[in-house]
Design a protein around this ligand. Sequence first.
Ligand SMILES: Cc1cc2nc3c(=O)[nH]c(=O)nc-3n(C[C@H](O)[C@H](O)[C@H](O)COP(=O)(O)OP(=O)(O)OC[C@H]3O[C@@H](n4cnc5c(N)ncnc54)[C@H](O)[C@@H]3O)c2cc1C
Length: 433
Amino acid sequence: MSSSEPLHVVVIGAGIIGAATAVELLRDGHRVTLVEPGDPGGEQAASYGNGCWLSTASVVPMSAPGIWRKVPGWLADPLGPLTIRWRHLPRMLPWLVRFLRAGATEERVMATGRALRQLIADCPERHRVLAEEAGVGALIRRQGLLYVFPSRAAFAAEALAWRVRRANGVTWTELDTDELRQFEPVLDRRYTFGVFVDSGGHCLDPGAYVAALVAHAVAQGASLRRTRATGFRIDGGRLRAVRTEAGDIPADRAVIAAGAFSRALAAAVGDHVPLETERGYHAVIAAPEVAPRHPVMPSDGKMSITHMASGLRLAGQVELAGLAAAPDWRRAGILRDFALRLFPGLPRTLPEDRVKVWMGHRPSIADGLPCIGPARATADVVHAFGHGHVGLAAGATTGRLVADLIGGRPPTIDPAPYAPGRFRGGRAHRAPS
Ligand SMILES: Cc1cc2nc3c(=O)[nH]c(=O)nc-3n(C[C@H](O)[C@H](O)[C@H](O)COP(=O)(O)OP(=O)(O)OC[C@H]3O[C@@H](n4cnc5c(N)ncnc54)[C@H](O)[C@@H]3O)c2cc1C
């Protein structure tokens, strides 16, 4: 129980960030209302369809030195692993420029890596605890993550990424060709080098996990309002209510955890955050004939492959095309076809009813870090969005951090790198030492 007064906190959005935050606020004795128009953990949320990875090694931001050279390719190849639709380029440009700047030097990449590491360092264990509290401990697996390469040279070509990992305390075991064959016999023989990160974990069903966290929060006294938040009633610098399509909900505090849909809500409390959607896809092959024992990431596929509850989930692709454009399902087909090449034991053709596809929105901030902390207009509203590629992993720690900020406790990690203030007047973020 926190030393602060119990408050009524309205949490906007019931993806992994909102769900974990609700559980942590209840732990501190607060009263919680969750506002969510969809099913908690439902298909509308990135938290439903992600790659299932609870990766302790995801400390490498997307933007890296020299990446700007790849921009023409992103525009030219509509089906490449990262693409920008031309129509969206003018609107995307300010985000893109900030994104490229964030990775312009190795020092910046290292600083971003340190800030990410705080959020994910012990993520499998933190999620195990949360999941067990919610009665679904079996959904969290801690059996490591495997990166595979066509050659040792391909691994060496990613030297910066692995330097960032090493500098952040990530350890791994390297597997030569024979060791890799024994480790994952179902993999295509084209892969001759592996890197195993045994501290990593995965979730067998992220959507079910989020739904269970929300059900647990409700069982602990939270109320769930099935509506959409539209803004805030603020009076004399204090929050009075969260405005929703179903009327105002009086509140002492509010948390914006609406993922990629948070930008307008943040702007309503004075923060203009460079938040974009990095659209991603998955394909799930039901009842796969073969499956790897560990979640796998092939270096040449830029995707994660995880044997989860409903089948073999292939997740990846980055498409910069805004929140409203229709999905391009050819991208899910690319993921499926790559997996067929990766696992020769899968049938060459799969009937359509064995492959379920999905598209969702990674909430991505240009500098590669989430926005967590008090809003400009009032500290009664706390931002908790923008986790990009690592939101599932970072969800547990983020929930605890937000509850600490609201309860006035000293947080267990340094919140400075995620401060919303970094977008006010261009102040650079301070990385934890
Ligand atoms: C293809 C893909 C693969 C990924 N793989 C991984 C991975 O392996 N590991 C990992 O850690 N991360 C991964 N991610 C990223 C991760 O899924 C996200 O960072 C994370 O789910 C974001 O969680 P969230 O709660 O912020 O947002 P969401 O899960 O999107 O939830 C936001 C919720 O807010 C609700 N909402 C929206 N607007 C409003 C409103 N106005 N009022 C109330 N509610 C609202 C939505 O309905 C939604 O339910 C992946 C993402 C994608 C797309």
